[in-house]
Design a protein around this ligand. Structure first.
Ligand SMILES: Cc1cc2nc3c(=O)[nH]c(=O)nc-3n(C[C@H](O)[C@H](O)[C@H](O)COP(=O)(O)O)c2cc1C
Length: 404
């Protein structure tokens, strides 16, 4: 994975000369407010304040990342795109459009794959929100792109009916040639078994090492590190902390959270991540059928507008602060909190939340936007780097160019 990006030849040949001039020019650019996200993290662990240090060789000798970060940041660019993850999955740019309920419309998924990344289908979004029968929906995406796509499987084992339906989706997806799967929650072992039999790959969304350990024991091929900047269910760790925690497992690790522009993309690859998973950035695209009001709210929002609320699923979800949210607060009500604490009642309460929020989010997503002021606007901290609604192809091309 990441370490294979950094061959000895690349390290040796690119330290001096024009690279340093380029580095100096780029340092100038990085002074703007919006660069303080991932870049600030680099500064904090290399021990130098950011604009003054462009050399990771100053890192203290510790942890698996030390090996990955030995070359200068700019020597990394040469090989950033050619990750083993890309080669393994058969894509050009190590970039996933993560599953998003309700925002993963088939046109968006197809556009990301067609542009060289990998679009991930969210099955409930495809069927319940966007009205496709599952297999027909996959075939519709196939009409838009012949390139690889993936499928999201939320492994929620509290309902037998749900689990059976998910098994059916995985079977049909494999039948239709899908070979990449992103699992979340629960025990992904059964997905791994089915997918490996067909020669596919399973990557699991994790927020901490303890979940990674369990997922690896279930046989997953890679990890998606969901950090504290992510849209959807954010984790507790910063991107660099989480990489440190997960790199030692010896699996490819993708970065999910906070990546909205090409600079943060390049920095994540520079950290040693084998690829990235984006959500919020792809909502604000021409191909996403989310309402214009929602897209504009993302464009207008700054990082400080992003808050975590328990009001959608019972566990913290990242959303944009609105007057409605201020009024109702971000905590679950006292009865819900009590039920969420109970061992038996917790599952019921989560299921109830899921059904209720699923219906509400679907309604708000409606084409042409039947959004009301009482809707939740899910988004992560990458809003800080998103300033316009663009086409998927433009975004992916910019990311590719920045890392080439
Ligand atoms: C609106 C929205 C819905 C999401 N729904 C799902 C989902 O259904 N399944 C899933 O595994 N992740 C889901 N995610 C997480 C994304 O796949 C991705 O990991 C995350 O958005 C990355 O963070 P970013 O938004 O900062 O790019 C969702 C994220 C957003 C913003």
């Amino acid at each position: 994975m990441g370490s294979s990006n950094l061959s000895t030849r690349a390290r040796g040949s690119l330290r001096d000369g024009p690279e340093q001039e380029i580095a100096a020019k780029r340092r100038k650019k990085h002074k703007t407010e919006r660069d303080k996200g991932l870049f600030a993290d680099f500064a904090s662990f290399c021990g130098h304040s950011f604009p003054h240090c462009d050399d990771f060789r100053c890192l203290p000798e510790r942890g698996p990342r030390q090996e990955l970060l030995r070359p200068t940041r700019y020597t990394l660019h040469m090989a950033l795109l050619s990750t083993s993850f890309c080669r393994d999955i058969g894509i050009e740019v190590p970039l996933l459009c993560g599953a998003m309920y309700p925002c993963s419309n088939p046109e968006l998924v197809a556009a990301v794959s067609e542009a060289g990344g990998l679009g991930i289908v969210q099955p409930l979004s495809l069927t319940y929100v966007h009205g496709h029968e599952f297999r027909q929906g996959l075939r519709f995406i196939r009409e838009l792109t012949a390139k690889p796509i993936g499928l999201n499987v939320i492994v929620e084992d509290s309902s037998k009916i749900y689990l059976e339906r998910m098994r059916g989706y995985v079977e049909e997806a494999l039948d239709e040639g899908v070979r990449f799967f992103v699992t979340a929650l629960g025990k992904p072992g059964w997905v791994v078994e089915m997918v490996h039999t067909a020669g596919g790959r399973v990557y699991h969304n994790v927020t901490e090492a303890k979940w990674a350990q369990k997922a690896i024991a279930e046989g997953v091929d890679g990890l998606i590190a969901v950090n504290d900047r992510a849209g959807g269910h954010a984790g507790p760790r910063a991107p660099h902390e989480l990489f440190d925690e997960l790199a030692g497992f010896g699996k490819p690790v993708l970065c999910a959270g906070g990546i909205g522009d090409e600079k943060s993309f390049v920095e994540a690859l520079g950290l040693g991540y084998a690829g990235v998973q984006l959500g919020t950035r792809f909502i604000t695209t021409k191909e996403c059928t989310a309402s214009e009001a929602y897209k504009q709210a993302i464009v207008d929002a700054s990082e400080s507008d992003i808050v975590l609320t328990e009001r959608i699923t019972g566990v913290p979800v990242s959303v944009i602060r609105t007057p409605y949210l201020e009024r109702i607060g971000t905590k679950a009500g006292p009865v819900a909190r009590f039920l969420l604490r109970g061992r038996r009642t917790r599952r019921w309460m989560r299921a109830l939340y899921s059904v209720r929020s699923g219906m509400k989010l679907k309604k708000a997503h409606g084409q042409g936007g039947s959004m009301s002021s009482r809707d939740f606007l899910q988004a992560g901290k990458s809003v800080a780097t998103i300033s316009e609604i663009e086409s998927v192809a433009d975004i992916v091309a910019r990311f590719r160019d920045a890392a080439s």
